[in-house]
Structure formats: C-alpha cells, structure tokens
Design a binder for this molecule. Structure first.
Ligand code: HEC
Length: 126
C-alpha cells in the first residue's frame, strides 16, 4: 500500500502544475460563440479586435480569473453580470483566440478554481 502511494505521487505532481493560455484551454466552437456574444453585447462600445496585442499585455502573468472577474462583474456597464457564466468564459475564449493563443479539445470551464490555475501569458516566447 505504501509503495503504491509512492509510485502515484509523481503523477499528481504533474497534474498540479499550472497551465497557461498557450496550452489549448478553450475550443474553436466556444470562441465562435464568444464572438457572437461580443457582437451582441460588447461591439457597440469595443471594436471586435480591440483585445488583441498590446491591450492584453498588462494581464501578462495574472491568473485568467482576474480578467474574467473584470468582464463578468463590470461589463456591459449598463447591466453588469447580466450574461451567464458560460457566456463570459466564451467571451474570454474569443479574446484568447484574438491573441493567437491556440484552441484545444476541451472547453474553458466557468469555474473560478479552474480559471485561477491558468496563467495569462501575453506572448508564447517573450
Ligand atoms: C456601453 C459601452 C460598453 C459596453 C456595451 C461594454 N463595454 Fe467594456 N468597457 C467600456 C468602458 C467605458 C470601459 C472602461 C475603459 C477604460 O477605463 O479603460 C470598459 C472596459 C472594459 C474592459 C477592461 C479593459 C482593461 O484592459 O482594463 C474589458 C475587458 C471590457 N470592457 C470588456 C467588455 C466586454 C467583454 C463587453 C461585452 C460583454 C463589454 N466590455 C461591453 C464600455 C463598454
């Protein structure tokens, strides 16, 4: 039993390591849904490609949850927090796609815990 636990330890250590926005953390479909929400709820104030490049830069090194919180608790200004959690993470996926961060096989979950563990990296190789 004791030996068994020791052999499993490295596997758990591997899973605990935090991921970044370059690890394929959203899906193509999710970003497409995010783009549609953006057109409906955001584009009258923010250009579609507003959150590309330098706009994203100040978030470098922060957990994805920080950006999620700004959007989900303050936007749109007339009616903050009016979208569903799933819509806000889809908006986030759209923003990541604008920055050439790759899509992957799993949707970004609307879970504060999961978002806290993913770090924003502004550029893949700074
Ligand atoms: C009625 C106009 C309006 C709408 C609609 C709107 N925003 Fe904003 N947004 C603003 C204003 C004004 C600011 C503040 C800009 C500033 O202070 O730099 C802002 C700031 C932001 C910021 C923070 C920028 C930063 O880097 O600090 C984000 C992110 C953002 N908006 C995303 C969104 C998203 C996503 C939506 C759609 C759900 C949305 N906004 C809808 C007007 C709007």
């Amino acid at each position: 039993m004791f030996v068994f636990a020791l052999t499993l330890a490295p596997v758990f250590a591997e899973q605990e390591r935090s991921r970044t926005t370059w690890d394929g953390i959203y899906t193509v479909d999710q970003a497409e849904r995010g783009k549609q929400s953006y057109q409906r709820a955001c584009a009258q104030c923010h250009p579609l490609d507003w959150y590309r490049g330098d706009t994203m830069r100040p978030w470098d090194g922060a957990p994805l949850k920080n950006l999620y919180d700004v959007i989900a608790t303050t936007m749109p200004p007339a009616n903050p927090a009016s979208l569903k959690g799933a819509e806000y993470v889809a908006l986030l996926a759209y923003i990541l796609s604008l920055n050439e961060m790759p899509a992957g096989g799993e949707e970004l979950p609307a879970s504060p815990d999961a978002l806290e563990k993913i770090l924003i990296k502004w550029r893949k190789n700074p």
